[in-house]
Design a protein around this ligand. Structure first.
Ligand SMILES: [Zn+2]
Length: 481
């Protein structure tokens, strides 16, 4: 009898897990809080799990988007009438947006053209193919294995095969619902391997790149096959039933809160039901351990200068450290340089399609966070030029960005990255032999290994930036107001 019940439960759980979560007729409402009272109403309402907030932060005079299932819409609308706050319907059927994102062109060309979103198998097949076509410079590399046993694939691009190269690493898809992230990272790989633009060629050929489009493959698979809005990995440890998440056998762990730098300090949760659940301990997850181990491995192979992590959405370049704001941002080594590099990169990004990106620490411009991968790369491994990009948009579609916006997003990001590399080099972080295309404007440091060592001393370039730093303190204080 007991055995039968167990079998029944196992079958039930498996059935529930395999189910596709439909967002049919889920509405999205937009509310713009105009005073402290309205702000309080929205903050209080957030505690009710049936109201799914699309925004991470709720602030005065900015759009707040709330997704509501059909069965709760009547109550929701009545409540907002009672408190006399306007709640405008901006989307009538969220599933329609998801279906649009899943659409494929009728006659698909043989070559992927970024006109639609690839699923996990397609990304891995695409990686295999492009590496085969460029086998003289590209190799498939394994980051590690996910909770569910999937290999995390990436590509190493090395044109010159020189001793002590400049090294960069790019991470995509750590949050699975942020589909524009893998779509950007695959585009960067393609540019580095196929572009004929001379500045792209320079960035591709003079730096050894290690690029991973989907570091959370279980989560990414799950967003295509089960629940489009899944963010975390698929760990089944510490499972508990949550009212806020559809019934499932996994609560998942937020990999971008699981790294061993300021772990659980701020902006992370010990509640498995929360989207920011940091895990039972730092590095409890195979995916985060794989990223960390890989960084430690490749930084021994040369001068590791860059680490970029791609997320969405908000249109921001986040500079480490995410737990700092105001004048404390300067506690991050070479913060002033990182800030300037990003600002100049975003000027070039804007020139492409007139898209605005903000630059600053997460604590200053988004919200406090700790235990993220990019903060760990900076704080624990001392890599000098580290950013987290929050890609398009600023909340109009959010995670459900229409596929036709992939290409403009990618084009502007590429323009931004090229300028950031050029500025970093001009500040003397590294010198490329025969650097005739974009000669550095300042003398390179004599000891180039200094930049890659964990250190609280200033990195190259920041000595010249005292005046800029003073300006920056003033600016930081302004930003926090
Ligand atoms: Zn994210």
């Amino acid at each position: 009898m007991v055995f039968k019940e167990i079998i029944f439960l196992v079958v039930l759980v498996a059935a529930v897990n395999a189910e596709y979560v439909s967002y049919k007729d889920y509405k999205v409402y937009k509310i713009v809080p105009k005073d402290e009272h309205e702000l309080q109403v929205l903050t209080d309402l957030r505690k009710q799990p049936e109201y799914i907030y699309w925004n991470d932060i709720v602030s005065l005079y900015s759009d707040v988007k709330i997704m509501v299932a059909p069965e709760y819409q009547q109550d929701f609308e009545t409540y907002f009438k009672t408190v006399n706050i306007t709640a405008e319907v901006v989307f009538n059927d969220v599933q329609k947006l998801i279906d649009d994102q899943l659409k494929r062109p009728v006659s698909r060309s043989v070559v992927y053209d970024w006109s639609y979103f690839l699923n996990l198998d397609e990304i891995n097949a695409w990686l295999t193919k492009i590496v085969e076509e460029h086998s003289d410079v590209a190799t498939l590399v394994e980051l590690g294995t996910s909770v569910e046993g999937r290999t995390i694939w990436g590509v190493k691009i090395d044109y010159k095969k020189e001793e002590n190269p400049v090294i960069g690493m790019i991470e995509g898809g750590i949050h699975s619902r942020e589909w524009i992230s893998p779509a950007t990272v695959t585009y960067i790989i393609n540019e580095f391997l196929t572009s004929t633009d001379e500045s792209v060629r320079f960035m591709a050929e003079n730096i050894v790149w290690h690029i991973f489009p989907v570091v959370n493959p279980d989560g990414y698979y799950y967003t295509f096959n089960n629940n489009r809005m899944w963010r975390k990995n698929r760990s089944k440890d510490n499972f508990q039933t949550c009212t806020s998440v559809a019934d499932d056998i996994s609560n998942g762990i937020d990999l971008n809160r699981n790294f061993d730098f300021m772990w659980m300090h701020v902006g992370a949760s010990q509640n498995p039901c929360m989207e920011t659940y940091a895990g039972p301990n730092a590095f409890s997850e195979p995916e985060s351990r794989a990223i960390a181990g890989y960084v430690q491995h490749i930084k021994k192979q040369g001068r590791m200068i860059y680490y970029f992590a791609f997320h969405s959405y908000s249109q921001m370049v986040l500079v480490p450290y995410s737990h700092l704001s105001g004048d404390r941002v300067l506690e991050a080594p070479n913060y002033a340089d990182m800030y300037e590099i990003a600002i100049r990169g975003m000027d070039k990004l804007k020139a492409k399609h007139n898209t605005n990106y903000q630059v600053g620490t997460s604590g200053d411009i988004l919200y406090y966070v700790s235990g993220s991968s990019f903060d760990w790369v900076k704080g624990a491994e001392g890599i000098p030029i580290v950013y987290l990009f929050e890609l398009r948009d600023v909340g109009e579609y959010g995670f459900l960005l229409p596929a036709e916006r992939i290409i403009p997003n990618n084009e502007e990001i590429m323009a931004g990255l090229l300028e950031m590399e050029r500025v970093t080099r001009s500040m003397g972080y590294y010198n490329i032999q025969n650097d005739l295309l974009f000669p550095p404007t300042t003398q390179p440091p004599t000891d180039t290994t200094e930049a890659t060592e964990p250190s609280t001393t200033a990195a190259p370039g920041s000595g010249m930036k005292t005046v800029f730093s003073v300006f920056l303190i003033a600016l930081s204080l302004f930003v926090t107001l």
